[in-house]
Design a protein around this ligand. Sequence first.
Ligand code: CTP
Ligand code: MG
Length: 236
Amino acid sequence: MAIAIILAAGTGERFSKQKPKQLAEVNGKAIVEYSLQAFEEHSEITEIILVMKENQIQKFEHGLRDKYKKLTLFVNGGMSRAESSANALFSLQTHSQEKVLIHDAARPLISFQIISSCLNLLETHDAVMTATPATDTIVEAKSGKVTSILHRESLWSAQTPQGFKYETIRDAYAKMQQHPDFKPTDDCGVLKKFFPEIEIALAITQSNNLKITYPSDQFLAEKLLDADDDSQADKS
Ligand code: CTP
Ligand code: MG
């Protein structure tokens, strides 16, 4: 049994100035709804928490609650992704060992397999990160010049969902309140900073769990979701 937190309170600056990307549509459905549906349909997920901006909660809460029965709590987002995660974690009332998966609404290609793989690893670990092997060579650079070229064999792209035992990640975020200058880009980053001794298991995925960031990603997501539909149809 587990709880899913979906982060949908970003403004999507790199995507469009008009509308947050998670509300844009892919194949006739809002991007955030792909994650809602994936968690709703997974039998091990008992509850979904959706983090949104206050005005969006007012606008969408009623309709989304009708459609997704596991969606029990709407939480106001913060100024940063980390603040949004923290708001959700501090609003949650659950037991210390409950499994919690935190997911970017901007990743509509989340699958049943990815969710299951995270939950299985949480049977034996306190933390898990969905990740895919780096395919590009990654370099460090300063002032427009390459300073070092990293060994690709040990490099991974961090994605979501990232999963935790509830107490572990809540305590890490509680510690972060005392460090306003720390600007993490994901939840495992918060855990690693405050509890470096806790092992984070890799939930390895080769499937394209693309994060919608730029306008062209919307087109890519459309094609990838179409391809998924075709492969499901082939199986049935
Ligand atoms: N997010 C959030 N609250 C914030 C910022 C981000 O809930 N204050 C969410 C986004 O909605 C997204 C996920 O965190 O689902 C990953 O963030 P990112 O891809 O950076 O989205 P945005 O911050 O919306 O986009 P940008 O950085 O281009 O403005
Ligand atoms: Mg952002």
